[in-house]
Design a protein around this ligand. Structure first.
Ligand SMILES: Nc1nc2c(ncn2[C@@H]2O[C@H](COP(=O)(O)OP(=O)(O)O)[C@@H](O)[C@H]2O)c(=O)[nH]1
Ligand SMILES: [Mg+2]
Length: 454
């Protein structure tokens, strides 16, 4: 970080204003050549600056000087608001580079902010979420993360863990002092509490991801149950071919739709049949299975007007196999209610709908939202683990805690080395979420997802 970086911080194309940023220890030297400064101006005051490339006047810009450490990056920084032509901006950037700066890599300004302790890693990822947020819900979540919401929750869990580790170790170090500092029952209670805190955090993250990225909803069921019809009805468009012949849908069709404010990606799958006649149909069935495995929610479509058959059972089995381990919710949809719904199906449970007339669809939509627990009110506690990276560490931390807790419950014991090893790993994982001791590759992976100039 002893070099000075520069980039155009506003998007490609022309606008009223375009911003060029320069940050690093040689910022004032660069600005001296670029803006003909004699002395650095008063920090954080705007002033009119003539931008030169050698003798050539490039633009008249509004400049602000931020003196280290009081800037976004924590370094000396100059921001130039130029006239927003991409030609001018490119020339100003080139001139800054001639004056001693180098072109910044994607996310490098935010990376410097992180390395200088201005943000933790979770907050840095909040910045990324913020610049890419497209809906009001996504925006609210990103703001929460930027202001350290996730970091604070993780910090609280880390504190409880550390407490528990310290008490457990005290007992291990001094086993002969009679009454343990941490009686076994107390240890187990604390473990349970931490586990519950972890579970709540992860569930919040799951909801946060759904709100940001949308939910993947797969529609499964036997041929002719009305999957494609339901797909079309939910989209409000005739997207998939509907036909009385079984095996019409050969491919897994995917389409985005808005279900009461939640972005959903619906997948219509080919009906599962053992005697799929062609290779194309079998390939389609495979794609359907992949979609089921990736889904956040599955709509299991049943022809409620026809008696249960072996193909329904086969579809149920396939859906269960794809969802059970991940705990993905499955909603049973009893389609063709306009023709009638048989008692046998009603008794087994499910939502009667008619893809043909649209009856029951509003109830289905709200059932979808509540099955994903993102119905209104879910926002408040939603968390933004924006990245897979954060989710992985949180999940790993949770399994370590679960392992310790299961061990303690099984043996009715207090904490020994084995528990503490699990707790220590959990503690390290939580540290990685907010970026303490993150190895360089992780940092590079995080920051390279930013755009240049951020
Ligand atoms: N009466 C009635 N027929 C339906 C309904 N939904 C679908 N169908 C009919 O059932 C047949 C199969 O529909 P389709 O959507 O292609 O089923 P898929 O094979 O599961 O995708 C078609 O003839 C549809 O017109 C419904 O709600 N009511
Ligand atoms: Mg179909």
């Amino acid at each position: 970080m002893n070099d000075t970086i520069a980039a155009i911080a506003t998007p490609e194309g022309s606008g009223a204003i375009g911003v060029v940023r320069v940050s690093g220890p040689q910022t004032t030297a660069v600005a001296r050549r670029l803006l003909s400064w004699r002395e650095p101006p008063e920090p954080r005051r705007t002033f009119l600056a003539r931008v030169h490339d050698g003798a050539e006047l490039l633009d008249e810009a509004v400049a602000v000087f931020f003196k280290a450490p009081h800037s976004y990056t924590g370094e000396d920084t100059v921001e130039l608001s130029c006239h927003g032509s991409s030609y001018i901006l490119r020339r100003v950037l080139e001139a800054a580079i001639k004056a001693g700066a180098r072109q910044a890599a994607p996310g490098e300004f935010t990376q410097r902010a992180f390395l200088n302790g201005r943000l933790d890693l979770a907050q840095a990822e909040g910045v990324l979420a913020l610049v890419s947020s497209r809906t009001s819900r996504a925006h609210r979540l990103a703001m929460a993360q930027l202001s350290g919401g996730l970091s604070r929750k993780v910090a609280r869990l880390k504190e409880s863990l550390l407490d528990l580790i310290a008490l457990g170790e005290a007992d291990l170090d001094h086993p002969d002092e009679g009454i343990p500092v941490l009686p076994p029952r107390e240890a187990r209670n604390r473990l349970e509490e931490i586990e519950a805190g972890m579970a709540a955090l992860l569930d919040g993250c799951r909801r946060g991801r759904l709100l940001r990225e949308g939910a993947r909803i797969a529609i499964g069921g036997r041929p002719n149950a009305g999957k494609s019809s339901l797909f079309n009805a939910l989209l409000g468009a005739d997207r998939a071919i509907v036909c009385a012949d079984p095996g019409t849908t050969r491919d897994a069709l995917e389409e985005a739709s808005d279900i009461d404010g939640l972005l959903c990606v619906l997948t219509d799958t080919a009906g599962l049949r053992p005697d799929a006649s062609s290779r194309a149909e079998r390939a389609g069935i495979e794609r359907g299975e992949t979609a089921l495995k990736a889904a956040d929610l599955v709509l299991f479509v049943i022809d409620g007007s026809a008696p249960p058959c072996a193909e329904d059972e086969m579809a149920r089995g396939a859906i269960e196999t794809a969802t059970r381990a991940r705990g993905v919710p499955v909603l049973r949809v009893l389609n063709k209610s306009d023709v009638g719904t048989l008692e046998a199906w009603k008794a087994a449970g499910g939502l009667p709908v008619s893809a043909k007339t649209g009856s029951g669809l509003p109830a289905l939509r709200s059932a979808v939202l509540s099955a994903l627990s993102v119905d209104s009110g879910g926002d408040a506690e939603a968390e933004v683990a924006t990245s897979m990276r954060q989710m992985e560490h949180l999940q790993a931390a949770r399994s370590e805690i679960k392992a310790a807790s299961a061990l303690a419950a099984l043996e009715g014991s207090g904490l020994d080395e084995r528990h503490i090893t699990h707790l220590r790993s959990a503690f390290e994982r939580l540290g990685l979420v907010v970026g303490a001791a993150s190895p360089d590759e992780i940092l590079d992976a995080v920051f390279s997802r930013f755009c240049v100039g951020k």
